[in-house]
Write a protein that binds this ligand. Structure first.
Ligand SMILES: *Cc1c(COP(=O)(O)O)cnc(C)c1O
Length: 417
């Protein structure tokens, strides 16, 4: 029997970084600039002969770190934790998820190049690909239905795209990408598969299924407290180092640098990420099942009537469930808004706010908020109905308490109370 990749085991195998004085937690390297012990070291760093990626420095004896935008050891340690979670050779953290996405795509594409992307992606990424890149950088994107593998292959063939881009579970309609199949299709055509795994940390490990680059908006589940904007890139050592290159690296030159104090704080949240994700999933699964039993129009990849339920199950690492997001279609925007207002203002069930992965429940009406970058037609094509309420289910309170609040509000909207 082959042993499946387990992100928790992989994270436990990674080297533990102790603090300067033997503290159990690592120290914060709060410097933006770093000394060299001999003057002739400096030109060597600029020539790439010495530096954070040389063996000396990795053994922490080189001291050739140069400058904080290029490399910071605390940020690097957080990146190593993320790499361990994804099972990639390397990882590096950024100041935002979108900073990571834009930098990765700029690293992989030049003017005139093409990207093939899922049409159901985060609104900000969609705007970047649809408007910003073609106008500002001459990088063009063909949007496809990511579940139509033949269509994906055709789009790659027709455009000669450098990059195939998808989200593991897509915002907001919870479409699941078949990472293994997409990797095969991309690699057969020399394209790089880039996967945004923001919705499913620990649950799915895209690099183990063939993805070349895995991106996170750390702002969401990894932070878990809606207090920090942050992102990350996990990939091969050579790709991560190329992004940090002093003269040609997008992380170095575009500058989406994470602050080491933030990185330090996030390292303390990684050990319980798996526990949190499992609990978010457990509650979301239960609430989705109860909503379905009551006849509500609920979509959740953990339900067996979700079109990609089996696919996500086959990709998921055991023990973390199938995610903390569900959508509830209230048909009209008025009914959606009413439901959210009752839930927030009467029951304190959760908050009307964008984003996800918070310890409390967050609710938003996707069509008029996080997917408002899409035109009405694009929204229809992506399966976003005007009354679609996206819920990122929290882990506070008790499950029964939260369910009765939700059911109460649902009935009130339907005039049954
Ligand atoms: C939030 C989000 C992003 C953007 O990340 P920021 O940290 O807000 O820059 C990208 N992709 C997905 C799927 C997201 O949910």
């Amino acid at each position: 029997m082959t042993h499946r990749f387990d992100p928790a085991e992989s994270m436990a195998r990674a080297r533990h970084e102790f603090g300067e004085h033997g503290g159990v937690n690592l120290s914060i390297e709060a410097s933006t600039t770093f000394t060299v012990m001999a003057a002739d070291e400096m030109p060597k760093i600029f020539r790439g002969e010495r530096g954070p990626f040389s063996m000396q420095a990795r053994n922490a004896t080189g001291g050739c770190y140069l400058y904080g935008r290029n490399f910071n050891p605390t940020v690097y340690t957080f990146g190593r934790m993320l790499a361990a979670m994804e099972g990639t050779e390397a990882g590096y953290a950024t100041s935002s998820g979108l900073g990571a996405i834009a930098s990765v795509l700029m690293q992989l594409c030049s003017t005139g190049d093409h990207i093939v992307s899922s049409q159901t992606i985060y609104g900000g990424t969609f705007a970047l690909l649809k408007e910003f890149f073609p106008k500002k950088a001459g990088i063009h994107t063909r949007f496809v239905d990511i579940t139509d593998l033949t269509g994906v292959a055709e789009a790659l063939d027709e455009t000669g795209a450098k990059v195939l881009y998808a989200e593991t579970v897509a915002n907001p309609t919870l479409v699941v990408a078949d990472i293994g199949a997409l990797a095969e299709i991309a690699h057969a055509r020399g394209a790089t598969l880039v996967v945004d795994n923001t919705f499913t940390p620990m649950i799915v490990s895209p690099a183990q299924l063939g993805a070349d680059v895995v991106i996170h908006s750390v702002t969401k589940y990894i932070s878990g407290a809606s207090d920090v904007i942050a992102g990350a890139v996990c990939a091969s050592e050579s790709f991560i180092y190329s992004m940090m290159d002093l003269h040609t690296g997008a992380l170095m030159l575009l500058g989406p640098t994470m602050d080491p104090k933030i990185a330090h704080e996030l390292t303390l949240r990684m050990p319980h990420l798996g526990l949190r994700v499992a609990e978010h999933s457990r509650r979301t699964q239960a609430i989705a099942e109860r909503l379905r039993e009551k006849g509500a129009t609920v979509s959740y990849p953990g339900l067996d009537d979700h079109p990609q339920h089996e696919l996500l199950k086959s990709m998921a690492n055991p023990g973390y469930g199938l995610g903390g997001l569900l959508t509830l279609d209230m048909e009209t925007i008025e009914r959606a808004n009413r439901l959210m207002e009752i839930l927030q203002n009467k029951h304190s069930f959760g908050f009307m706010a964008v984003s996800l992965g918070y310890f409390d429940t967050l609710m938003s009406c996707s069509g008029s908020s996080t997917s408002s970058e899409l035109t009405e037609e694009e929204q229809r094509a992506a399966g976003i109905s005007p009354g679609l309420v996206r819920m990122s289910i929290g882990l506070t309170g008790s499950l029964d308490q939260r369910w009765s609040q939700l059911w109460d509000a649902y009935q009130e909207v339907n005039g049954k109370v």
